[in-house]
Every structure is written in C-alpha cells, then in structure tokens.
Design a protein around this ligand. Structure first.
Ligand code: PMP
Length: 440
C-alpha cells in the first residue's frame, strides 16, 4: 500500500513538495518520537514537523484536549468570534510569556501559518510607526508569502501602506561562517559595530524602517544561535533609534531552546513576538503578541478566514501547560547539552563534522569537506552532497533528520522535548553510525 501511495502522490502532488522527496516513506501511525511506515518499519523522528511537535506525535494530553473539545460540541470554526477555547488558550499563552510581556500585552490571531503572523507583525509596526521597510538578517527565514496583498483590489486594506518597503540585510553573527572573517566574540562585536555605523551613516542608504525582525536562533538558516550579547546589542540599537524589534519565535518557542521562549536566555524584551508551530500542539495556529502601545490597528486591518481554529487552541493550551508543568523546558536544556557534548566528541573524531552548535533541543551539525583548507574562522567548505548521503544513511537506520542552512549541509536535530534517555542514546548511535558510513 505504501508504494501505491508514494507513486500516486509523486504524480499528483506539486513538484515543490520537499519532505516527501527527502523521506520516501508513508507514515501510517505515530506515537511520541516514533513514526511507523506502511512497510512496518519504525523511525525516530528528529524533524518533529520542522520543530512543531514539542510533545512528539499524538501525545495523550493533546489527544485528550482535542477529544474533550470535540465531545463538548463547541463550534470548530468561528472566524475570530469570542470562544471559551480562545480565552483558555490566551490564558495559557499569557501565563508563560517572558516577564517583559505583562498585562498590557495584546495577542493577534493570524492565518494558520507562521508566515502570516510574520506579515501581521510587519504590518502592525508599519501602522504604528507610519514607516515602511525592515531590517533583517543574512540567513534569516521568516516564511514564503509574497504578493497576496499586492494583488488585492480593496484600497482600504492596502492603504496607507501598500507593499512592505525596502529590506536592509544586516550580518547575523554566524560564528562558524563569520561574515567578517573573524570568529568568536570579536566577530559578533564587528556585526554590532557594522549595524550601528550603517544605520547612523546618512549616506548608508538605509531609510528608517518600520521594524527590525530576527530569530534568536536561526532555524532553517542552519541552526545558528545568536550570542546573548549580540541580541542585547540589537535591542539597544533598535530602542535608541525608535525602531520596534520583532523576534520570530516560530521555531524556537515553547521550550525548544531550553527556555520557554528563546529571548529569555538574553533577557531582552522585544516589542513583538511571532509565534506558531508548537503553540498549536500539532494543529495549525499562529499569533503575534505585542505591547499595547503598538495596537493602533483599525478593525479588519489584518484578517483571514482561519484565525484560531478551536481544536488547535485546545491542543495548544494543553501543550503549553504540559511543557511548563512537567519541567520539559529544563529537560530540553539538559538533554540538549548532553547531545551537543556527545556530538562535539564525535566531531573531534570525524573531520567531516565542521561544527556542532545549538541551544536546547535545537541542534545543528554542519558537514564540511575535511580535505579543503580551513579559513581564518576555522571553517571549511560545506559538503551538501555528503549531507544528503548522511540523511539517507540516517533513514536507513531508522532516524528522520532533515537538512538546513545556506548550503543545505547542516543536519538539524529537533526532537520532541519528551525524548527519553533511551531514545537520546539511540539517536546518537544511529547518527554517528550514519555519518561514519556516509563519509567512508
Ligand atoms: N519563521 C520561522 C523562524 C520559521 O522557522 C518558519 C517555518 N519554518 C516560519 C517563520 C514560517 O512558518 P510557516 O511555515 O508556518 O509559514
């Protein structure tokens, strides 16, 4: 049955499909970290719906919340009407927000994808500041939408800010491939200096933007954690210049990095946070949270049909409460450190591993050409073909690991926060074996 499904979907589904190409399996059942294929084979899932599954697949707490909501007869679809489920989700969300988000915080429910919440955050700040444009970073990933508003005809929703304006791309402090050819704290410091000087240079070409948007740990960009000092500097730089700071926590949120929200490591309070993925407890949900002072939107300024699906709110509230109550945030930090330490030991033995980095259970392993000359930062050219072989070797050993990074040569580990010690050992063993086999 699996083969027939694969064949039909290969014909009928768009050529843009990605994961189906990387993992030619047909999952029929999933439980926790384990996915079972139609052929009866079992896999440990380190992709977790691209970082969505904080509690793994079909966690009993999530299933129970969904069943309870279904049995209650609550309407499943209501646009953005007030419901008990939305109220409960909002309570669960606000209870866990960083301390800088207090009673004066607001939440905006967006279309169900992270990319829509990113659009909403940018539009929010455009409205609040009356400016367009954004400061963004090399290696950033914030979504895939472009153009829907541009082709919309209703002038009322397009004005006063048609289009998003210019984007100024600034250097992200990616230590291993440092933008200034200098690694460590000195490289991050240069990224700060460059940013400040560019913004303050009247001939630097940067028109004062509506916002800066960044990821505290870049995910799709190759699992690149920004140093806390750099994040604090970005907070200072934006505050000094009256530029709102949006932090995209779509992938890093809900305990993934060993803090409920990644901004908490550095202690900064952004002006807005974009949240999706894990907040829906495996169902689609995306929101922006921000401070009251930016809430200058008129009704209908950023609408959408599916804004807060009842089941996703129930599943998400249950997930966030369970993560907080069960100490899974702390556990993500501890297990993440253990995995990272073990992978660093492996890197010392296997020169194809150029870098191991991450925060909590968001871990990247960058594969490189060991025979090439190292640059001043100690980095070697990326090895994307090897990375594909490692991914295949992982799959053959019952391990689902996806790639990322600008050269698609970074193995990304995003296991559920519920990963057991036994599963941790199995992941490490299978991964080490796969890298050895692929590099041989
Ligand atoms: N921001 C970040 C940091 C992401 O990782 C992603 C998705 N990987 C998005 C935004 C876009 O989310 P979605 O795919 O739900 O549109």
């Amino acid at each position: 049955p699996g083969e027939a499904v694969l064949r039909r979907q290969r014909i009928r589904e768009s050529a843009a499909r990605t994961y189906a190409r990387s993992f030619p399996i047909v999952p029929v059942r999933a439980n926790g970290m384990t996915v079972e294929g139609a052929d009866g084979r079992r896999y440990l899932d380190c992709l977790s719906g691209a970082g969505t599954l904080a509690l793994g697949h079909n966690h009993p707490v999530v299933l129970e919340a969904i069943r309870r909501t279904l049995d209650s007869g609550a309407p499943l679809h209501l646009l953005d009407l007030a419901t008990a489920e939305k109220d409960d989700f909002t309570e669960a969300l606000f209870a866990g927000l960083p301390s800088g988000f207090g009673e004066n915080s607001r939440v905006h429910f967006c279309g169900p994808a992270g990319t829509d919440a990113v659009e909403a955050a940018l539009k929010l700040m455009q409205t609040a500041t009356g400016r367009r444009g954004a400061l963004a970073f090399t290696g950033a990933y914030h979504g895939m939408t472009a153009g829907a508003l541009a082709v919309t005809g209703n002038v009322a929703v397009k004005t006063p800010l048609p289009g998003g304006g210019e984007v100024t791309r600034l250097p992200y402090p990616y230590d291993y491939r440092c933008p200034f050819g200098v690694g460590g704290p000195a490289g991050a410091e240069l990224a700060v200096t460059f940013t400040e000087r560019l913004l303050d240079d009247p001939a630097g070409g940067v028109v004062k933007p509506a916002a800066m948007i960044l990821e505290a740990v870049q995910g799709e960009g190759g699992v690149v954690p920004a140093p806390d000092g750099w994040l604090r500097a970005m907070r200072r730089i934006t505050a000094e210049r009256g530029i709102p700071l949006i932090v995209d926590e779509v992938q890093t949120g809900v305990g993934r990095t060993g803090a409920m929200w990644a901004v908490e490591h550095s202690g900064i309070t952004p002006d807005a946070m974009v949240l999706s993925k894990a907040i829906g407890g495996s169902l689609p949900l995306a929101v922006v949270v921000y401070h009251e002072e930016y809430d200058g939107w008129r009704p209908g300024a950023h609408t959408g049909t599916f804004r807060g699906n009842t089941l996703a709110m129930a599943a998400g509230a249950a997930t966030m409460r369970f993560v907080a109550r069960q100490g899974l945030v702390e556990r993500a930090a501890v297990v993440g450190d253990r995995i990272t330490a073990r992978l660093r030991a492996l890197a010392a033995e296997l020169p194809v591993i150029g870098d191991v980095r991450g925060r909590g259970l968001m871990i990247g392993v960058e594969l490189v050409d060991p025979d090439a000359e190292a640059d001043a930062c100690g980095s070697r050219p990326a090895a994307p073909e090897l990375a594909v072989r490692v991914r295949e070797a992982c799959l053959a050993r019952g391990l689902i690991v996806e790639l990322g990074g600008r050269h698609d040569a970074v193995l990304r580990l995003l296991p559920p926060l519920t990963i057991t010690d036994e599963q941790t050992e199995a992941v490490l063993d299978r991964l080490a074996d796969a890298v050895r086999a692929a590099a041989a």
